[in-house]
Design a protein around this ligand. Sequence first.
Ligand code: GDG
Length: 462
Amino acid sequence: MSRLIVASNRVTDIDKAVQSGGLAVALEDALQRGRGLWFGWDGTTVDEDASLGIKLQQHNGIRTATIPLTRRDYEEYYLGFSNRALWPTFHYRLDLAHFEHAFLEGYRRVNQRLAQSLAALIEPDDLIWVHDYHLIPLAEELRQQGVKERIGFFLHIPFPSPDFFSAIPDHAWLAEVMFAYDVAGFQTTSDAANFIRYVVENAGGEALGDDRVRAYGKTIIARAFPIGIDPDSVFEMAHTPEADAHMARLQRRSMANMFVLGVDRLDYTKGLPGRMRAFRRLLELYPDLRKRVTMMQIAPPTREEVEAYTDIRQELEGLSGSINGEFGDFDWTPVRYIHRAIPRATLAALFRASQAGLVTPLRDGMNLVAKEYVASQDPEDPGVLVLSKFAGAAEDLVEAIPVNPYDTDEVAVALHTALTMPVAERRERYESLIVRVRKNNVTRWRETFLEALRSAPVERAS
Ligand code: GDG
């Protein structure tokens, strides 16, 4: 069996990562089997003249190979090109995008250095799986190092429409390096279609059918592989005695008997201010809900060194303060806003305890919170998912209440529908949703991707 090598921007502490979810959980099994290796940045920064040597470790049967970044790499490659240029552009936020020549240089330099370190670890027949927007040129750099093995790429965020993609000053290069992969995976069919449309319209590419696309003299597979979760483990976490205790505590401590829950990294793509405005609108439109419903928003900090993230934090603090000031009473706080990460098991208990899950990103690759919300519910008394039509998850979770997150009134009305929905309809929606969450689970995502990579036609000169 060929060995799997996963490359992602950040290799986290495996033990912590498995507890908090994310890529580590998704790939744990595959990495444990067959001497897998997880390669990437170790999360530290060092001085320019420090050694950038590779560190090999082993945790839980998973081998990791990590390297540090210099402070300059961190500024240019990570904060700069990845998070101030690509992240906003791929999420349709050109107003927040910032392009600097030095960012691009840093991005290329780091990808080149990562490729040099990784190439030395690759053995014949290894399968290499590269993750996300930080590492788009990694395969091209690995090919420069002589790597002939199969390399796949999965983009966790949306691939924007060609108009947005072409706003990146070096879009032609960024599209061309995608063709060093054998398989390019996307979250949704519309992301894959956007990519293909770009190469057809801008690079004389040709869609050959069966998700094959030809451009720059090469043919690759560009296909949707919607990421999922492990629904059984989420359900179990939401139904432990500790989860029951959390729920009882929540009910005792609050006068309101209904909860609306939101859980998102504090990111401007997640639509958090709009969500708070919609909650305020709910209280204006339906005064009978006052004192009966509380909105809880968990929003752990992220990328705080990027300016746009400070702005969103201030906006959110202002909004929650003003809603609480306007509507709150000595015995009722309408909005509970928690700006820190909470344990995964507590999160699952909160998902289960809430009557409505509010997932309203302005754009999102998939949004795993939506799937975790469904998986946590009590089948007899399930909460209702209100889901933005701009989340990748909306392509599959069609029995959620779909909303346009830009339309405050529509979200408020959807929330009211969710909170007043009869139990028979809640069960019916839940039963359809859970079937989908179970079917498109994380194992299926991983296995279908790896199968596509293993069987991709390869036309490399040897
Ligand atoms: C990217 C794409 C795509 C959140 N708060 C806490 C916490 N979380 C967990 C959630 C969920 C994960 O973090 C977030 O995943 P999402 O998918 O919702 O969003 P991104 O972080 O933006 O992820 C996204 C994803 O990659 C996978 O491909 O779906 O579109 O943007 O698992 O539960 N976990 C804990 N405490 C928190 O406070 N423990």
